[in-house]
Design a protein around this ligand. Structure first.
Ligand SMILES: [Ca+2]
Length: 325
């Protein structure tokens, strides 16, 4: 947990985080005194926003020895823009010899068939929800893509808090994926390290911190490239720009570009239904870089098992949305 907190503070040097003012989120509810952080249409007769937000329940899971892969036979159909992810049992987390302590122990998880959006939510999609009066515009800061709706419509929305991510997916007819669903959608059942397989990250597979990012980074926050070469984008890239980095199910940007909120609390494996003020986000972002000199610690590793969590109110420029259904 401490290491993850450090990562967010490090990112904040260049990418400042801003809280939502009066919005205070706990593990199960939002405590507030006449909070105005919601669309006008959603406010009550006193001009106050609803007292609670819905946080999806996390299924109870059990850890067992490595299981045979079982594929569910139920018939889930997915709408346009979503990919059907067939239910299965897979090994969640990293082997003991890899990854961070919070990725251990690796354990069996069964996920039911569900639908996952092929792409991250774009600025244009989020703006449609804002126009409809059901989402709130992101903060007006230069590193927030929603500030540039005229030029960045195909880029992922960022600077988005957990409640706002929930609100968007609900408006779009979906929900946020659980952490268990997210990791399975990213790596499937064969134990691969990254969405595309076990090959090391490269400028052709994802948008993280390549040579372009190192050249741009401030001297006070010098970066170490995750890979050599220029991936084309210092900040976010238009969603779906790296088809060679697709997951086993054809999902794009499951590594890099922006992290993606999940509905899950930050629990210690193999527990998944703990109480926590944190919510998990997954996948690494455009700022994910290599280990600093003299260390082996990656800044925001992009493996499919890497875990990150933060307070639900945070609005980081490296965190966005991908909906499930
Ligand atoms: Ca980049």
């Amino acid at each position: 947990m401490r290491a993850k907190l450090f990562l967010l503070r490090a990112a904040a040097v260049v990418l400042p985080l801003v809280s939502l003012g009066s919005l205070l989120v706990t593990h199960s509810s939002v405590a507030q005194t006449c909070n105005h952080d919601c669309p006008v249409g959603a406010r009550d007769a006193h001009g106050c926003c609803p007292a609670t937000v819905t946080i999806h329940a996390v299924p109870t899971l059990t850890a067992t020895a490595r299981p045979p892969v079982t594929v569910a036979t139920n018939t889930v159909t997915c709408p346009s823009g979503y990919v059907r992810i067939p239910g299965a049992t897979y090994m969640m987390g990293a082997p003991d010899t890899e990854g961070d302590p919070d990725e251990h122990p690796q354990h069996a998880v069964t996920v039911a068939t569900f639908c996952m959006a092929r792409l991250e939510v774009t600025v244009a999609q989020y703006q449609s929800c804002v126009t409809a009066g059901m989402c709130i515009a992101t903060k007006n800061e230069s590193q927030c893509n929603g500030t540039h709706t005229d030029t960045m419509g195909t880029h992922p929305i960022n600077c988005i808090s957990f409640p706002r991510a929930l609100a968007y997916c609900n408006w779009a007819g979906g929900r946020l994926p659980t952490e268990e669903e997210w990791e399975y959608a990213s790596r499937g059942t064969d134990g691969r390290r990254y969405p595309w397989g076990n090959a090391a990250p490269s400028a052709q597979l994802l948008n993280a911190c390549g040579d372009e990012c190192v050249a741009q980074a401030a001297a006070s926050d010098a970066k170490v490239a995750l890979y050599s070469g220029n991936d084309g984008w210092v900040g976010t890239a238009p969603v779906g720009s790296y088809p060679r980095g697709a997951s086993p199910f054809g999902l794009l940007d499951m590594a890099g570009n922006v992290y993606e909120w999940t509905s899950s609390p930050y629990c210690t494996y193999p527990v998944h239904n703990c109480t926590s003020n944190y919510r998990m986000y997954r996948g690494g972002g455009f700022y994910s870089s290599g280990p600093a000199a003299g260390t082996t610690k990656y800044i925001g590793a992009v493996t499919s098992s890497t875990r990150n969590g933060n307070n639900a109110t945070e609005e980081s420029s490296v965190v966005g949305i991908r909906c499930a259904k």
